[in-house]
Design a protein around this ligand. Structure first.
Ligand SMILES: [Zn+2]
Length: 680
């Protein structure tokens, strides 16, 4: 009797005899809609096998997995959960950032897995189950979104999977992680799995002195916005290494090893050429690896932590520096993906296109979802002296070349309007024409009349095409102005977060809740996104387009306000460190250009170096610009060299009034000349 109880207990207690991917090979059939229908084949993406392996090891109570997109990450975690429910049932909770994500993307895949796996569907209690709760083998699989703290704290569970960790934290529900950890702690022998593509962070590779492998270095936490990367750093720090097909040495693929003709140099190829000729460089001997070897390399891949070495025949030796950690953490590069959409060529094309656009959002997307790496803009916090160094050899109001568009953007203050006028070119190049402020109480008409005059200014015969005015203060005055200047002025509204760069919104009610008869419109925009683009203009190499020029009479005040906010990588947001009105104006300039789709205008786009040749001006030089025409209306800014004017105070107001008297209307009259017409 006792013997049989012991035998039964042994049977019940027996650990899973296999890992989840082997379970899936045996039991799981992928639906026809999946990239690889039919029996699940774990050998397609061998780099996910360490994730499945670690989930089955009792020595780890936490697991963190970082990948790019399209790497078979979701299917791996579905397998881990399916395997557990089938062969070692425990209550399971699946956490994702939002309910729609669960409902539309996650749950249907689990439904497919259950219906196409006989032993799971046989154990499914259909009557008790709902969309977000599946009863299988007498235990619950619950799907919970991060915005639902009650769902998170409902009952304790033996296995928790937290998906898209970075999106959870970034939506401001940071406490989710604390609640999740508490759920797991309440259950003996529980496991928590975290996974995501990473987001912001400044990370670097370091060559290990013993193994010679290049690992991700542990970054300072304050340099990291990405929650998944912080989790990853806190554990074993395993990475996927593959052998070079030419010399046989193992290495860890990452974006820095991707090569294309002329990379980073003067004769860099186009993104399309990069797609055709991209190679992966072997860091040991510089071998140039073609894309076709990807699966050969993956078949022989190994997961290694810092301190471990791999011989040419794949033998892993040496003790990991992180040995003993109960948190298995693992990262695999997008360069190892099985997907044809992530070939070396496709990734090279995406990366080079993003580098050429210089757009922080594009670059972030390529590094995060393409490679599975953190990314931080170089020179995120420029100094005001760096801003000043953007001055070029031209005077305020002078056009270097015929522009595509000229915009005026206006920041509304209580007693003044701060404005910037900038000319825009193909390829998102732009040059500052004027900056300044118009003084007067902005709830009265006089200052708006001045703005009316200002936006009639012409530059070398070119009018200001559109004026963008920031809304959120003095809305009634702004909408009145916009209605008085139909088709020439729009309202802009910066937001701390938006799901796209900008979006048109209709405003139905005014401040007092009264219906607006005219149905005013405004353009909401992602303010941090636009400001980061402005800051990304500094330190751009001369062989890139998207230049952003300042004229010689730019004031120190202007330069200081451009850096009046600093981007904090760890928090993923800006901090105000000084006045920032000109930064707001310049951020709006960028949105105006995007709104007109100028980023798609490639014909005639010049790099900064080509521009210098085209106008024979170049960075500040003596006599580089023609003097202003004295007969024209007075220049709106003082002439260089400029002592930094103090920030405006009450005492400045008389001077400001004088400025107003000087600001003669310039209707229909050209105030400025073009230095040189473009050579065609
Ligand atoms: Zn090699």
């Amino acid at each position: 009797m006792i013997k049989s109880i012991l035998a039964a207990a042994k049977l019940v207690k027996a650990p899973p005899a296999r890992t989840s991917d082997e379970w899936a090979r045996d039991k799981r059939v992928m639906p026809p809609s999946s990239p690889r229908p039919g029996n699940f084949d774990p050998d397609v993406n061998p780099y996910m096998r360490p994730a499945a392996w670690a989930a089955a090891q009792p020595c780890y109570d936490r697991e963190t997995v970082i990948t790019a997109t399209q790497m078979g990450k979701s299917v791996t975690f579905e397998n881990i959960i399916g395997h557990r429910l089938d062969e070692d049932p425990t209550p399971i909770m699946y956490v994702a950032p939002t309910a729609p994500l669960l409902k539309d993307a996650v749950v249907p895949k689990f439904d497919d897995m259950i219906s196409e796996c006989e032993s799971l569907s046989a154990k499914l209690n259909v009557r008790k189950s709902s969309t977000f709760v599946k009863w299988i083998a007498g235990t619950k699989l619950r799907f919970v979104w991060a915005g639902s703290p009650s769902g998170l704290s409902a009952d304790s569970v033996g296995l928790i999977l937290v998906d898209e960790v970075d999106r959870i934290v970034n939506t401001g529900e940071g406490s989710t992680m604390v609640i999740v950890e508490r759920r797991g702690d309440a259950y003996d022998g529980s496991k928590i799995l975290y996974t995501a593509t990473p987001t912001h962070g400044r990370v670097a590779k370091r060559k290990h002195p013993v193994s010679g492998l290049w690992h991700w270095e542990v970054a300072q936490v304050k340099a990291l916005g990405s929650a998944i990367w912080k989790l990853w750093q806190s554990g074993t720090r395993h990475e996927w290494a593959v052998p070079c097909p030419e010399c046989g040495e193992y290495f860890i693929p990452w974006s820095g090893l991707l090569w294309w003709p002329g990379k980073g140099g003067e004769k860099e190829c186009t993104p399309d050429e990069a797609q055709r000729h991209a190679r992966l460089t072997c860091p040991s001997n510089g071998c140039q690896i073609e894309n076709k070897y990807r699966s050969w390399m993956n078949e022989r891949g190994r997961a290694v932590a810092p301190g471990q070495s791999i011989s040419r025949d794949g033998e892993v030796s040496g003790e990991a520096e992180t040995a003993g950690s109960t948190h298995f953490t693992y990262a695999v590069s997008g360069l190892c993906s099985f997907s044809s959409k992530k070939s070396y060529g496709a990734l090279a094309k995406d990366l080079l296109s993003a580098q050429q656009s210089g757009d922080p959002a594009d670059l972030l997307a390529v590094y995060n979802t393409g490679f599975g790496e953190c990314y931080a803009q170089a020179g995120d916090v420029p100094t005001w002296e760096q801003v000043r160094s953007m001055c070029w050899g031209y005077a305020a109001g002078q056009l270097l070349l015929e522009p595509l568009k000229i915009y005026c953007t206006v920041d509304v203050q209580k007693r003044r309007l701060v404005y910037v006028v900038r000319a825009w070119y193909a390829g998102m190049g732009s040059m500052l024409l004027e900056h300044g402020d118009l003084w007067g109480d902005t709830d009265q008409d006089a200052v708006w009349d001045q703005l009316s005059d200002l936006i009639d200014t012409e530059y070398g015969g070119h009018p200001i095409n559109v004026t963008g005015i920031d809304i959120g203060y003095r809305d009634d005055q702004v909408y009145k102005f916009i209605n008085d200047h139909k088709a020439r002025a729009i309202a802009l509204r910066g937001r701390e977060r938006l799901d796209k760069p900008f979006r048109k919104e209709m405003v139905e009610v005014d401040r007092k809740g009264k219906t607006r008869k005219r149905g005013d419109a405004r353009w909401a925009f992602d303010s941090p996104f636009a400001k980061r683009w402005v800051h990304s203009r500094f330190g751009r190499p001369d062989d890139r387009g998207g230049w952003w020029l300042l004229h010689q009479q730019v004031t120190d005040l202007y330069c200081k306000e451009i850096v009046g906010e600093e981007w904090r990588e760890a928090e993923g947001k800006f901090h105000q460190v000084g006045e920032n009105h000109y930064l707001d104006c310049e951020a709006m300039q960028y949105i105006m250009a995007l709104r007109d789709k100028l980023q798609r205008r490639k014909v005639g786009a010049l790099t900064k170096a080509q521009l210098a040749v085209a106008v024979k001006a170049g960075p500040i030089q003596e006599g580089g610009a023609e003097p202003l025409d004295d007969d024209a209306t007075p220049a709106p800014v003082v002439l260089a060299p400029v002592p930094a004017p103090p920030p405006p105070t009450e005492a400045d107001k008389p001077a400001a009034r004088q400025r107003r008297a000087d600001a003669a209307p310039a209707k229909g009259r050209s105030r400025f000349n073009i230095i040189k017409r473009p050579t065609r």
